[in-house]
Write a new protein. Structure first.
Length: 328
């Protein structure tokens, strides 16, 4: 499997923004805010919006899928999220709202996805390479593509020069989504986080921002470069690809999500699939089993790709003898 094939899949998956595997919500918030500030000033002034997260639009049909794990004294709901959505996308079905309202505790991949004070120093530390400009690593044709892509997002290739390949690629993937109306404030996590805070529900996390940044920042250099090159070719398609995934998710079509995201990644790169999904799903299943040892009701929202396919969180739990049911 060539790196080009591997990262062509990864680039489109990251652009869809649903896995939360390598381009989690924290990174999207940072990049969508103003990634160029990270190299323009020592202390980038990127602040989260104080505007409350909007309520989701009415659903069409049944809405996204929901699962539940129960034992004698615990009820844990599993909901696959999309980190960035258009405000017009409906997803909060009556069964999702009822499950959320019944929960005393809320779980996300990370607890502070909109904390720019936490994410920006990590981007500065792991996303910049002042001594090696991007242009020195690209062919003349690729530099022309970089200039065109940067121009399309209202920037220039010169502003991207200090970025490491993974950050440049992610920036170019996110920009078309923002232009197309996708917004983290309309995504599942920030809407639910605002509701949880308003209701006084404790918020917990399976991971940290540091870990999510590290997934991309620690990719081998040749993989980062392939990611950038494929993004330069496909960045204009990012919104269309995400539209396809969101349509499947919003209608509860788990099979389509599996085909569009999970199976494609697994076929293209078993190693990347293992790192981005299987290892993390296994860790989260461990933590869910620990929660089952306690009592009470919790609502868990993680990227939709983690709840899809043969190595999903639910599949791992079922292999361990834990009963997981679909909420009808």
């Amino acid at each position: 499997m060539t790196f080009a094939r591997l990262l062509k899949t990864s680039a489109s998956t990251l652009a869809r923004g649903a896995l939360g595997a390598a381009a989690g919500l924290a990174l999207f918030c940072a990049v969508a805010g103003s990634p160029l500030d990270a190299q323009a000033q020592a202390q980038p002034q990127v602040q989260p919006s104080a505007t409350p997260a909007p309520a989701p639009a009415p659903i069409e049909g049944r809405g996204p899928a929901l699962w539940v794990v129960r034992d004698a004294d615990s009820t844990l709901y599993l909901f696959g999220s999309v980190h960035v959505l258009r405000p017009t996308t409906g997803w909060a079905s009556p069964r999702v709202q009822a499950a959320f309202d019944s929960a005393s505790d809320i779980w996300f991949e990370i607890s502070n996805p909109d904390d720019q004070a936490a994410i920006m120093p990590l981007i500065q530390q792991h996303g910049l390479s002042l001594d090696t400009p991007l242009s020195s690593r690209l062919t003349p044709e690729e530099n022309a593509e970089l200039e065109a892509a940067a121009g399309a997002m209202g920037s220039s290739a010169a502003q991207l020069q200090p970025f490491k390949p993974w950050l440049a690629a992610l920036t170019l993937s996110v920009a078309p989504l923002v232009k197309a109306g996708y917004d983290p404030k309309s995504g599942v996590e920030l809407v639910l986080k605002a509701r949880a805070e308003a209701a006084g529900k404790p918020i917990h996390a399976f991971e940290t921002i540091d870990k999510q940044v590290g997934i991309l920042a620690n990719l081998p250099d040749e993989v980062q470069m392939a990611f950038l090159r494929e993004t330069l070719k496909d960045y204009q398609k990012a919104a269309t690809q995400l539209d396809e995934m969101v349509s499947a998710w919003a209608s509860g079509d788990i099979g389509a999500i599996d085909r569009i995201m999970v199976a494609e990644l697994k076929d293209a790169s078993p190693a990347l699939y293992q790192a981005l999904l299987v290892d993390r799903n296994t860790d989260w299943a461990d933590q869910i089993q620990t929660l089952l040892q306690g009592s009470g009701t919790a609502f868990i929202a993680v990227g939709a790709g983690h709840l899809t396919g043969d190595d999903s969180v639910q599949a791992i739990l079922k292999q361990r003898g834990v009963t997981v049911e679909t909420v009808e």
